[in-house]
Design a protein around this ligand. Structure first.
Ligand code: SF4
Ligand code: SF4
Length: 104
């Protein structure tokens, strides 16, 4: 059975995640609303919680926002977190917001 890739849900990775700039989420009001609080969360002392940020789906699994358009192109392969964790060899190898977290 495929094992989940352990991609830490930490601020260092959140700030490098490209999901907020992805065409899939471009018109998502839900994703935009989540981004309103993200600076405060990143600058605070608490660890971010899984649904705080509209991204890191390779780590956390599918998006909770339902108003995303998964017919558009995923930009994960351009992401530093993606390349650092060898996600080109993961299953799925993109569109984690739709298909769930990365496994190998
Ligand atoms: S997982 Fe890929 S398709 Fe989904 S929002 Fe992130 S970059 Fe876009
Ligand atoms: S690989 Fe995709 S989901 Fe994972 S951190 Fe990068 S842009 Fe976000």
């Amino acid at each position: 059975m495929a094992e989940e890739v352990n991609i830490p849900y930490i601020k260092e990775n959140i700030i490098r995640c490209l999901c907020p700039t992805c065409p899939v989420q471009q018109n998502s009001i839900c994703a935009r609303e989540k981004m309103l609080n993200i600076q405060e969360i990143l600058q605070g002392d608490k660890d971010p919680q899984s649904d705080d940020f509209p991204g890191m789906y390779c780590s956390n699994g599918k998006a909770v926002c339902e108003d995303i358009d998964t017919d558009k192109d995923c930009v994960c392969p351009d992401c530093a977190v993606y390349n650092e964790n060898g996600l080109d060899k993961a299953k799925p190898d993109f569109l984690y917001c739709k298909d769930g977290r990365a496994k190998k």
